[in-house]
Design a binder for this molecule. Structure first.
Ligand SMILES: NC(=[NH2+])NCCC[C@H](N)C(=O)O
Length: 485
């Protein structure tokens, strides 16, 4: 059966159909499918998700290593107590990108995130293909990276479970998440909501316990001389992974009631909660113990050990194991939907577009889960982490490009928060890319020999970078200027 997954509604001329310019719709997609399905956003399949579910999913898939690993590492190695500023800059970069996602989500009701936005706004088939490829790498490898990280923590905790000697816990976790997804919306929603409540509870506990040991002396000097401003910026780059995942809600647009209003709100609310919790946790951590004494690999656990609070250290150790799986789940959920969209458009074999009785993309989810489980079992953690960051670069660049193109095609900005910067929206989105661009670039340089890294960068920036990559360079200049001082 043919299924639409892109519906783009111009606000400037309500009711008028805006057809994409660039890409030719595949023969299996009817052109009529690209027009709005109705005044209230065109959602289908019973619209099972609401604002609270989407915010829970956003927090579930975003909050993780930022609190449990990165805050401690950045504080002890790169920024000292100014880790709060590093985390703030990382969060701000994602917030700026989120404004582009929100603008698109308010106009395009689609399941394929940036891939579908690039399609609906006519960026062209090659842009769509690269966006899809990068999203697949990002979702799949991030899921595998989180699972391998979780598996390491589980093995270190050594619960004496004999079957863990034979079966790789990382693979088991990916298979568990896949099983949940194919079980249907009810199970997935329950798992996400319960895990999110548990995760927020755990983080509030960490923050409160650490703040009880607050000592202003630990915050002096706030920016240690040996790290300086460049340390803060470096920390911002490294903490960027901690804020990824907020865009998972875009994949559920078709399953959401009143998606044009709810998805943009969920993007912002989710990012505010995740960013706020992560920055507050970073502050609580460095105010409780001197940053230089923190174990970069153990964050809060080492802080509580230094404070002699074994109970809190044990709560963090066990709590982390319970709340991290939902981060992996949050990566896998959009992956299945994206693969299904690609199959509907003829980029992947047609059977992958099939859905089960409850309208879940069963085969696509199974394929995504199986491929991710293999990666989790075979690819080393470092490579997974760095490659998943590489995947984000182009997927965050087409988002603002699509948003610009969307405004050019479909009239002025629609979101109230954009009015205050209506003359400079491109600069704002560009700023989002500028901050985000550095992490994957760094990863690229590590992964590839520098000459290849450079050519790859040039290729990417020549296609989409135009005005956006300028900000990346400004950020780069800033870091090296600080380095030289
Ligand atoms: N779509 C993604 N890249 N998801 C990965 C999210 C990782 C999450 N922010 C963490 O810190 O653990």
């Amino acid at each position: 059966m043919l299924r639409a997954h892109v519906m783009l509604a111009p606000r400037a001329a309500p009711g008028a159909a805006l057809l994409p310019r660039g890409p030719r719709p595949s023969p299996r997609r009817r052109r009529a499918d690209l027009v709005p399905r109705g005044a209230d956003g065109g959602e289908r399949r019973g619209a099972r998700y609401g604002l609270a579910d989407l915010v829970a999913l956003s927090v579930a898939s975003t909050v993780g290593s930022g609190v449990f690993s990165l805050a401690g590492r950045v504080a002890s190695q790169e920024a000292g107590p100014a880790v709060v500023l590093s985390l703030g800059i990382g969060a701000m970069g994602c917030l700026l990108s989120a404004t582009a996602y929100a603008e698109l989500a308010s106009r395009v009701v689609a399941a394929g995130s940036v891939y579908a936005y690039a399609q609906a706004t006519g960026l062209g088939r090659s842009a769509m293909a690269v966006a899809a490829l990068c999203l697949i790498v990002e979702y799949s490898w991030s899921c595998a990276a989180v699972s391998v990280d979780w598996s390491g923590k589980l093995l270190r905790a050594d619960f004496g479970l004999p079957f863990l000697q034979v079966l790789d816990p990382a693979v088991l976790l990916v298979l568990f998440c896949t099983g949940l997804l194919i079980n249907g919306t009810k199970a997935s929603r329950l798992f996400t909501n319960v895990s999110t409540v548990a995760k927020v509870g755990l983080i509030l506990f960490l923050i409160a316990t650490a703040l009880m040991a607050f000592d202003a002396k630990n915050l002096q000097p706030f920016i240690p001389e040996e790290y300086g401003i460049s340390g803060i910026l470096r920390g911002a780059i490294d903490s960027f992974f901690g804020f990824l995942g907020f865009d998972a809600v875009c994949a559920l647009a078709l399953d959401t009631k009143d998606a044009r209003r709810v998805v943009p709100n969920a993007l912002f609310l989710g990012l505010f909660v995740s960013g706020g919790l992560t920055c507050l946790a970073g502050f609580a951590l460095v105010s409780a113990v001197p940053a230089s004494r923190l174990d970069p690999a153990a964050g809060f656990v080492s802080a509580f050990e230094i404070l002699g609070n074994d109970f809190a250290a044990a709560v963090v150790t066990v709590g982390e194991l319970l709340v991290l799986p939902v981060v992996a789940f949050g990566c896998l959920l959009p992956l299945g939907r994206l693969l299904c969209c690609l199959a509907e458009d003829g980029f992947l074999p047609a059977p992958l577009a099939r859905r089960d009785a409850s309208d879940e993309p069963l085969l696509a989810t199974l394929l995504g889960g199986a491929a991710t489980a293999i990666c989790a079992g075979l690819v080393p953690f470092e490579v997974l982490c760095k490659s998943s960051c590489v995947g984000c670069w182009p997927s965050s660049s087409p988002a603002p490009s699509s948003a610009s193109s969307c405004c050019r095609l479909a009239g002025p900005l629609t979101q109230p928060w954009h009015r205050c910067w209506s003359d400079s929206w491109e600069a704002v989105w560009a700023g989002g890319v500028g901050v985000r661009i550095k992490a994957p670039e760094r990863a690229l340089d590590t992964l590839l020999a520098s000459r290849w890294g450079h050519s790859f960068r040039c290729m990417l920036t020549s296609r989409w970078g135009n005005r956006f990559c300028g900000f990346g360079s400004v950020f780069e200049e800033l870091v090296s200027a600080c380095d030289q001082r």
